[in-house]
Write a protein that binds this ligand. Structure first.
Ligand code: NAP
Ligand code: 8YV
Length: 319
């Protein structure tokens, strides 16, 4: 006999806590991924919600005639085809705010690691070289006296900037709309910001407008003392131009948590001593990922209880 419970589609991996939270009241229909779907028409018609980490393309949305809500695990929802969801009247939710502190903490760590080369220093110690070869070399760079520019100053950018204030660096930013609640210097373009600062922190979403905007010209504008930190999406940085800029000394260093084609990291980046690389871990602590999982579950529960998601994305507003 068909179940009377609502069916939630789970394409690919999902944080186990989401399944734990939903299992009591929903039927979870797990499939390997969002592309090779081999469900029957009856199964496809039963799906009313989805919980997703990563990709949810238009082709899948089209296959689900009764889909109401796509709950995305992550504040960035670039993997979900929101335009297709809007056309179908499907609500998309994400997980804003609950990860701001963790991502901001990680960004500060990545920045310090990049300028002071602590990752290299620890490897030096672990390899027994302190005993054998003496003190680790002085780091060519320091955070002292830096002018930090934010490309993006939203929920997470603001938390990073607040954390940077006690480090006594100068702070400026570029966003499309100037904020009225901060005293940081505003620049009306990424180019103008890059010309003014020596340290660029990217924390913008993956959108058509942000594609490879950090290119050879912007890197040259940062200058020979320049440091690039990217915790937004790999999409925003032209990785080939970055490798060339690092190789030619156009900038002094880079710290990256995100890459264009994850989990692939361009081989050219791996050999630079002045680059710190993390495998997209900015939000990856147990407490923060639990909070994100809870928000995914809360969005689905709220939608089916009240007809409203807790944190719908701006493109799919609720009445
Ligand atoms: P948010 O609150 O929406 O902030 C986005 C910021 O980017 C805003 O200041 C926005 O200002 C600016 N922006 C957007 N498009 C822009 C453009 N074309 N040019 C210039 N500025 C632009 O988002 P958030 O919660 O801070 O998250 C930001 C992004 O971080 C997410 O979308 C995600 O991709 C990434 N993220 C990465 C990790 C990680 O693990 N590494 C974790 C969480 C989030 P305007 O609208 O005024 O331009
Ligand atoms: C997660 C993120 O790593 O929230 C985001 O946008 O990039 C990260 O918090 C990702 O969403 C889940 O794997």
């Amino acid at each position: 006999m068909p179940s009377s419970r609502t069916t939630i589609l789970v394409p690919g991996r999902l944080h186990p806590r989401v399944a734990e939270r939903l299992g009591d009241r929903f039927d979870l229909l797990t499939v390997a991924n969002a592309v090779d779907i081999t469900l029957s028409d009856e199964q496809l018609a039963s799906v009313q919600g989805a919980a997703v980490t990563g990709s949810f393309p238009a082709t899948l949305i089209e296959k689900l005639p009764n889909l109401k809500i796509i709950a995305n695990f992550g504040v960035g929802y670039d993997g979900v085809d929101v335009k297709a969801a809007v056309v179908r009247g499907v609500v998309v939710s994400n997980t804003p705010d609950v990860l701001n502190d963790e991502v901001a903490d990680t960004t500060i760590a990545l920045l310090l690691n990049t300028v002071r080369q602590f990752h290299q220093a620890e490897t030096y110690l672990r390899e027994g070289r302190w005993v054998k070869d003496g003190p680790f070399a002085l780091s060519p760079l320091s955070l002292r006296g830096r002018h930090v520019g934010f490309y993006g100053l939203g929920r997470i950018g603001m938390e990073i900037a607040k954390r940077l204030e006690p480090f006594k660096v100068k702070i400026s930013y570029f966003t499309r709309s100037q904020r009225s609640d901060v005293d940081y210097g505003y620049y009306p373009s990424l180019k103008a910001l890059a010309q003014a600062v020596d340290t660029l922190i990217c924390i913008v979403p993956k959108t058509p407008e942000t594609y490879k905007t950090v290119n050879a010209e912007i890197l040259a504008d940062l200058g020979a003392d320049g440091v690039l930190i990217n915790v937004g999406r790999g999409w925003t940085v032209d990785e080939e131009a970055l490798i060339a800029a690092l190789g030619e000394g156009v900038i002094a260093g880079a710290g990256l948590d995100v890459f264009q084609d994850e989990p692939q990291v361009p081989a050219g980046l791996l050999d630079f001593p002045n680059v710190s690389l993390l495998p997209h871990v900015a939000s990856a602590s147990v407490p923060t990922r639990n909070a994100m999982a809870d928000l995914v579950a809360d969005n689905l529960i709220s939608w089916f209880d009240t007809g409203k998601a807790v944190t719908p994305v701006p493109e799919t507003p609720q009445k």
